[in-house]
Design a protein around this ligand. Structure first.
Ligand code: PEP
Length: 252
């Protein structure tokens, strides 16, 4: 299966720069053997989706509310993301879990709403540095998977150790391989056969320089990229590194 490289632009990009970035990604996309998605801020989502229409680059939101509509000031419904041209959505990112006190239960409800409205959810899980130092990383992620994914989950899971996000630090290759193997086992145990089809992305300080080594690890089906997704050359460099690898297996 091809790797999926998803760019999380977070709270970055006014109209002109977002459009220019999207166009630069689209220009390089056809030469890359990986699936590409960009997740711009909501304010430029429709504009970015328009400029990417007809290209192989997908567009996603960075969050959605679990409700279909109503009194949720400042929030965005899954149907609104679809209406803007998105077909993907990041859910349960650690920054939302921290800044907006999102729980696994809330994330699971958002996953349901996203799926009902035709969006592919990219659900984020990952341990804090303290949890890793205490040897509780696998247990933490196991509980997050159990709480955040509905039993009929058909989306993407992103393993993002919180201490690796935006820090320039990554786990060792052995640590990434260990966690992805553990996550695959949990997905199979918790979701049954459907757990084999879930793509597992690694996220946390992925750059062109470390992408090939990380993407080649067993059960790594792609990357969720923050900082490096804001530069088209870096994002495409990661995608090229991933695209140069091919792996057997549905989830791989
Ligand atoms: C992220 O926020 O999802 C992320 C992986 O960020 P970065 O690549 O900057 O570590």
């Amino acid at each position: 299966m091809r790797h999926l490289i998803a760019g999380n632009w977070k709270m970055n990009g006014l109209a002109a720069e977002a459009t220019a970035l999207a166009e630069a990604v689209a220009q390089g996309a056809s030469a890359v053997s990986a699936d590409l998605v960009v997740c711009p801020p909501a304010t430029v989502l429709a504009r970015v989706a328009q400029s990417l229409a007809g290209t192989p680059v997908g567009v996603g939101g960075q969050d959605c509310n679990a409700a279909a509509s109503g009194a949720h000031t400042g929030d965005i419904a899954a149907a609104m993301l679809r209406d803007c041209g998105a077909t993907w959505v990041i859910l349960g990112h650690s920054e939302r879990r921290a800044d907006h006190h999102e729980t696994d239960d809330m994330v699971r409800q958002k996953v349901r709403a996203a799926t009902e409205h035709g969006l592919v959810p990219i659900v984020c899980v990952g341990e804090t540095e303290a949890q890793r130092q205490a040897g509780r990383h696998a247990e933490t992620v196991g509980w997050q998977i159990a709480g955040s994914l509905p039993k009929d989950f058909a989306g993407v899971l992103a393993y993002e150790p919180i201490w690796a996000i935006g820090t320039g630090r990554t786990p060792t290759e052995a640590e990434v391989a260990e966690m992805h193997g553990f996550i695959r086992g949990e997905l199979r145990r918790q979701l049954g056969a459907a757990g084999q089809a879930v793509r597992i992305l690694y996220g946390g300080s992925v750059k062109p320089a470390n992408a090939a080594a990380l993407m080649a690890l067993p059960e790594v089906g792609g990357a969720l990229v923050g900082g490096a997704s804001l530069m088209a050359a870096d994002f495409l460099g990661i995608a090229r590194a991933a695209g140069a690898l091919s792996k057997p297996g549905a989830g791989g």
